[in-house]
Design a protein around this ligand. Structure first.
Ligand SMILES: CC(C)(COP(=O)(O)OP(=O)(O)OC[C@H]1O[C@@H](n2cnc3c(N)ncnc32)[C@H](O)[C@@H]1OP(=O)(O)O)[C@@H](O)C(=O)NCCC(=O)NCCS
Length: 138
């Protein structure tokens, strides 16, 4: 059992760091725009209050960039990521803004299952690996 809530960046940093930046400094799990106006943060919380899923959107040039999408390893494959992504999509609809992200190629299928589409060629992000731009417009 888990619930989804809108929250603050500080609540998400530990999970971002564990899943997306393992072995690197904690500062690499923080985004310059975390506290910016137009940014929003979403968490999945388990029955004991632990953060088990997270995602952030950052407003830029009339669109929302999705960043920091992660599910705790022991919860992956159980619908947490989809539920967090749905909350992000509802938020984007409420704001009337389209979504995009630079997705890890390894996670492309996850986004496609929620109706996201790839745009352009695969490119490399140093130290993280191959990525592709994906978009969602409801
Ligand atoms: C990618 C990630 C966020 C997905 O979250 P999750 O909680 O495991 O995903 P869900 O259980 O909600 O999966 C929803 C659907 O997507 C599918 N899916 C999940 N991860 C997938 C992947 N990497 N590739 C293809 N399909 C995937 C699931 O099988 C499920 O499909 P189904 O409904 O047909 O069974 C999570 O695996 C993760 O944190 N991975 C490591 C970090 C990462 O890559 N983050 C994304 C950076 S762009």
């Amino acid at each position: 059992m888990f619930t989804i809530k809108e929250t603050t960046a500080d609540v998400l940093i530990a999970l971002r760091w564990q899943v997306l930046r393992p072995g690197r400094p904690e500062s690499t799990a923080r985004f310059a725009e975390d506290e910016a106006e137009g940014s929003a943060h979403f968490a999945a919380i388990d029955a004991s209050g632990c953060v088990i899923g997270c995602a952030t959107v950052i407003e830029k040039e009339g669109r929302l960039q999705l960043r920091g999408m992660a599910t705790a390893p022991e919860w992956q494959g159980k619908g947490v990521g989809r539920a967090v992504l749905e909350a992000v999509q509802v938020h984007a609809n409420q704001r009337g803004l389209p979504l995009w992200c630079n997705a890890r190629v390894s996670a492309m299928g996850f986004y496609e299952k929620s109706g996201w589409q790839t745009e352009g060629a695969i490119f490399d992000v140093p130290t993280v690996g191959p990525h592709v731009t994906m978009t969602w417009s409801g």
